[in-house]
Every structure is written in structure tokens, then in C-alpha cells.
Design a protein around this ligand. Sequence first.
Ligand code: ZN
Ligand code: ZN
Length: 284
Amino acid sequence: MSLYRDTGAVVARGIIPGATRALLRAGSLLLDTLLPPDCPSCHGDVDRAGHFCPTCFRQLTFIADPCCARCGQPFVSASFGGARMICAPCEETPPPWHAGRAALVYDEWSRRLILGLKYGDRTELAPILAAHMGRIGRSMLDRADIVVPVPLHRRRLFGRRYNQAALLVWALARQARIAVGPDTLVRVRATAPLARLGRAARRDILRGVIAIRPRRRDAIANRRVVLVDDVMTTGATLGECTRVLLAAGAASVDVLVAARAPAPDEPRHSEKSAVSRERYAVAR
Ligand SMILES: [Zn+2]
Ligand SMILES: [Zn+2]
């Protein structure tokens, strides 16, 4: 399914001839009969593979509009974001990326899925999460030239065997015809978790940690990039990746994540999240 283009980026074509598609559909129906699909969260019965059961679906908090255009923070109402739909922390310290969206609020329910994908070898969760990311990030994916994951340090990669952000990127690329740069960015050294540090300390620790692979520069120059990760917590790593991509000549960088956690220095908005859940359930 993948081809290398002269830019060095991998292109997911997503073009499957009709007969092959019919065979794949028949194969998937046969598999569903032999192995009935289960809920990705609780393993209970569901009608279709990749769908949550009604109970788990209700527990997950999908972030629908209105939310901050820069960081995806859900708003209780459109008036919270002002005319530009930007939250107060983003107004005060704008992130280096242009637009930012998250599919889910990072809470105890989405955490199970994210940790399963990250540490539990549950790679089948990547396309399920990516489907929701693709829906929430459709406009940024439509205007993007390439999708790039936040990199994992090679020592962590060795232990985990895969980069969960790269799995999300591959799944997004399969859904929307878009180029992927799975190894565009590289983490030069590993860092300890940043959540407990202040903003300045996070910036200091991350300086020089992310680099662009020299042979991937051409794939980034003048391209509109969507940067992907599993969770946005402080946004510091996403910010550093964005700065590196912009320094390498990217035309723009948008950020798309599976789930968004409120930063430690940011108030939690459980009430707002509940509103978003209601809105999404209605929209669905
Ligand atoms: Zn369930
Ligand atoms: Zn914001």
C-alpha cells in the first residue's frame, strides 16, 4: 500500500481495486462470523469491529466544537473562546503551531485506550483512535501535505518496539490519502516526564532534544505539516517538534492528538467536557 516518492516521504495511496475491495469485505465478514467483534474498551459484544459498545461510548468524552482553535481545549459555550475561539492560556502564550485538535478528553476512560496502545501491545487501537482523530481533524488533514509523528527516543523504541504516534500516523494516512513522514523527526536524547515542571524548565530541558533527519528536509520544506501524538499534556514536546519543523522550512504546522489532558497549571474543565460529550452524542 505504501510507495516512496521522490521527496523521501512515504505515500499511502489507499487505492484498492473494486474486486479486491469486495474480497476484503467478504474476508472481514467471515472474520466477524468466526471471531465476533468486541468493544475495544471492555471487550463486550458490539455489532461492528472498531465500534465502542454503548456503555463505553457514553463514558468517553469526545471533544466537539466549541473548543480552542489552538489547543483543542473544550469550551462550555462558544462565548468562552471570544471571536477567535482561543482559550485564555493560548491567548496569553500562543503555541508555535497554527491549529490544534484532540479527539478525546484524556480521562480515566480514554487513558485505558491510550495506555493499551502505548504499553499494552494493543496496536489494533491505533486505527480506532485515528478514525476519531480523522473526523475531528478533517479540515487540517484536508489542507495538509504530510503527516509526521512525534518521535520516540530509540531506547524507548527498543523497549516498546513501536512508536504509538507513528502507528496513529499510518492509520490516519490509510484513511485520508496523505503522505507520511514516519522518521522525519528524531529524538536525540530521552527526557524524563515534563508534566511537573514549569513552562520555562520544560523549554530548557527540551532544547536540542528533537532534530530533523537531514535526508527528510526536502519532504518538509514548504509543506503543510500535521504533527501527531497520542496525548497532549503540557504541549511542550509538540511545541519543540513544531519549532524544529518550522526551522526546517515547513509552510505551516498543525497539531492533532488522540487525547488532550489539561496541563497541570491549567484548570480542569470536567463540566465543559460533559457538555462536549452531550453535544457529540447528539451530533452522532
Ligand atoms: Zn465497551
Ligand atoms: Zn487553547
